[in-house]
Design a protein around this ligand. Structure first.
Ligand code: PRP
Ligand code: ADE
Length: 178
């Protein structure tokens, strides 16, 4: 019988203990990208979720850096544009930024002011939800630019860190949970 898309995805995630710091179990999505069928399954599952749950999407918003690997593929499937939230100092022109904490450090997220117009409906995408610091900062940037966040998509959700609670009332759709 045919392996389910979810099984195909979860079979292509590896764990590395004590990376990048002692005590962190790093979930690595590189094997998904190396396998065309697994990557197609990820985008299929995200596309099905968005078509079923969100009426109209203007833009997919990808988070630096691993959100950039999945976001443009999904945007092409949906026929929407793709925009970037980057680590501070990478984007030219007028920007807005916000500082945040993550599972193993601190960072600052930044977006070009003209990347989204007030009232546009967006879906955020990243590879993994840990503490939720990164996606929370992204939602804050969307608020600053008056975009409407329809929901967040991640391949992996680390349940014990309760990132989903931090993001309320925004919804998080994850493919694989640990
Ligand atoms: C990782 C991951 C998420 C974030 C999740 O990125 O890709 O973006 O951490 O953690 P959080 O939910 O606790 O915020 P990282 O900041 O390590 O950057 P990278 O994608 O550039 O490797
Ligand atoms: N980002 C934050 N926590 C992570 C983890 N445990 N594995 C991979 N990326 C992460």
């Amino acid at each position: 019988s045919e392996e389910s898309k979810l099984q195909l995805v979860s079979r292509h995630i590896r764990a590395f203990p004590d990376f990048p710091k002692k005590g962190i179990l790093f979930r690595d999505i590189c094997p998904i990208l190396k396998d065309p069928a697994a990557l197609t399954a990820v985008i299929d599952l995200f596309e099905e979720h968005v078509r079923k749950n969100h009426q109209h999407v203007d833009l997919i918003v990808g988070l630096d850096a691993r959100g950039f690997l999945f976001g443009p593929l999904l945007a092409q499937r949906l026929g929407t544009g793709f925009i970037l939230i980057r680590k501070k100092g990478k984007l030219p022109g007028p920007t807005v930024s916000v500082a945040y904490d993550l599972e193993y450090g601190k960072a600052e997220a930044e977006i070009q002011e003209d990347s989204v117009t007030p009232g546009q409906k967006v879906v955020l995408i990243d590879d993994l939800l840990a503490t939720g610091g990164t996606l929370f900062a992204a939602c804050e940037l969307m608020k600053r630019l008056q975009a409407e966040v329809l929901g967040c998509l991640v391949v992996i959700e680390l349940k014990e860190l309760s990132g989903g609670d931090k993001l309320k009332p925004h919804s998080v759709f994850s493919l694989v949970q640990y």
